[in-house]
Design a protein around this ligand. Structure first.
Ligand code: FMN
Length: 179
């Protein structure tokens, strides 16, 4: 097993140390290489380092104050226009029934996890956060209503070493041939 898969943890306390631009680009490049249904590549990423923007995003993300210790946020945005024409009006939020929404979230989530593992490989740490509503986050970042924010990923050098969090045992997850 890749040591990155084994060792990755969600980190909620970061060192006060900037992340090298080159590493941020390497991390986002790992997302670029991830698979997606029909190769639609619905992902887009907004890199945030300004304290003012981080404060506004943290506030919208349920005021999870630990987030402010991270020097970088990567806002991970899925674009439904990879699947639905621009002349069709669409509104995406947490209650949206569009089946394509599931597909763009699925694909963007794969890309996000690539970034988590690439960050781990580069000696960095991450944490998915998704305790926000689209309507609160979109105006802060100028994100149009036909885009969906899948997560705000915190990124930085870890300042804590949590133990592995519990997981369900393998034999409980696996079924063979049918449910
Ligand atoms: C979709 C998603 C949303 C999450 N949202 C949050 C969040 O808002 N705040 C937080 O502290 N952790 C969040 N997490 C992190 C989980 O709590 C964490 O992955 C889980 O407890 C397992 O811990 P581990 O990642 O260290 O193995 C989220 C994880 C995922 C995958």
């Amino acid at each position: 097993m890749l040591s990155e898969i084994q060792n990755r943890r969600s980190i909620r306390k970061y060192k006060n140390k900037d992340v090298e631009k080159e590493k941020i680009l390497q991390i986002i490049d790992s997302a670029r290489l991830s698979p997606s249904g029909s190769n639609t590549q619905p992902w887009n990423f907004i890199v945030i380092t300004s304290e003012t923007m981080k404060e506004k995003i943290t506030y919208a993300d349920h005021s999870q104050s630990w987030m402010m210790t991270a020097p970088v946020f990567i806002v991970c945005v899925a674009d439904i226009r990879c699947r639905i024409d621009s002349n069709v009006t669409i509104w995406l939020d947490e209650n949206s029934p569009e089946p394509e929404l599931k597909q763009i979230i699925r694909d963007t989530s794969i890309a996000i996890e690539h970034m988590c593992l690439q960050a781990e490989h580069l000696g960095l740490s991450t944490c998915w956060t998704a305790w926000f509503n689209q309507k609160d986050l979109r105006p802060i970042l100028g994100i149009p209503e036909d885009k969906y924010v899948c997560c705000v990923l915190t990124l930085g050098y870890n300042d804590e070493l949590p133990k592995q969090r519990p997981r369900r045992p393998l034999n409980e997850l696996i079924r063979y041939e049918k449910w």
